[in-house]
Design a protein around this ligand. Sequence first.
Ligand SMILES: [Zn+2]
Length: 378
Amino acid sequence: MALNDKRLCVFCGKVPNTKTREHVVPYWLLEATGDPKRVVNFGQNYAKGKEIIKYSWSNFVAPACDDCNNKFASLEARIKPVVETLMRCEALTVADYVELLDWLDKVRIGAWLVRHMIENHPIEITPNFHISARMGQKDRMVAVYVFDSDNQGINLLGSDSLIFNSMPSCYGLRINNILLLNASSDFFCSKGCGLPYPKSMTYLADGPDAGRLALNDFGYEKEISDPITELKLFKPVVWLYQPIKQPTDDPAFQGGYLGHSNLFDSRIAERTLGGAGRFGALFRQYADHIEMLGNPDTPIDFDTVTGADSVTQSEIAASVYDLQVSLFSSVPYKGQPSEFDMAYRQAKLDDAEAHAAKYRERSPDQNDGHADQALAES
Ligand SMILES: [Zn+2]
């Protein structure tokens, strides 16, 4: 199924009628960061005795339908100036950040699918969704870091871990002097943002629905939490959460979304982007307070990060794997997992730890901000 036939469209998962190729990391970005044909190291191939995957960025492509490619080309066109604005350390609007979050979903899932194609299904996991089915569908977060560095290049941090391999919910995208730490997972910030969430969320360990999430007992908090989640990050210049509502036909939820039992709930409307629809407002996390941003036109300036708060790219790279562990461990099992499942779960945790340790070793105790602490692509 799915990518065992390597010709399925990365966007819709159907057999494409044309042989269009989609650059998962867009070509304009490859050009903005060096020679697009440069060969980089994409980490270990778990299917081939952990041999290192070497690949040219320009060949980091996936099959796509003509129609899908055209549809997503307009998003790429809008994102290019957004990323360029970030690289100049200038303000973007709430609407720009929402679109940036969509694009981060797109690149994250695209990178996951391409890695599965390259590695040829390392641990027998069949990708069961594609970009269209996953973009803008689950609670998400972005933290923006900027560096005083002229180190050119791109990194897809975290895309080489076993956790990412089965659950592509967190990565870091380094583009020259900026690093975007992105996470997206079921209801991971709805509770803190004061929108409906399942008080019980478990992975079914056995039975016919093994591997699926069980969501029960929906409710919501009257107050917004500070911090929004328990996730620990180095201080970014911008840190935003966006809860996303999940549509349902269940008549218990008159609002049309899971947990939305009342169609006319003013508190929920206030916490929704523009007052209506699937997208929650953006919730900006500061060191000591939260700001709710429900108006798409509001500008978002960079916070200042100086002295004791400044960290190296390697330290942030390590934190991507920590975040993967934290998201991965946050949902408990219901039922009795098999011995294989338990061993595999432990292997994923050990693997993420090893990746994080590798980056931490590169970080000197004394952070003096030299360029040689910047990340290399390979
Ligand atoms: Zn398609």
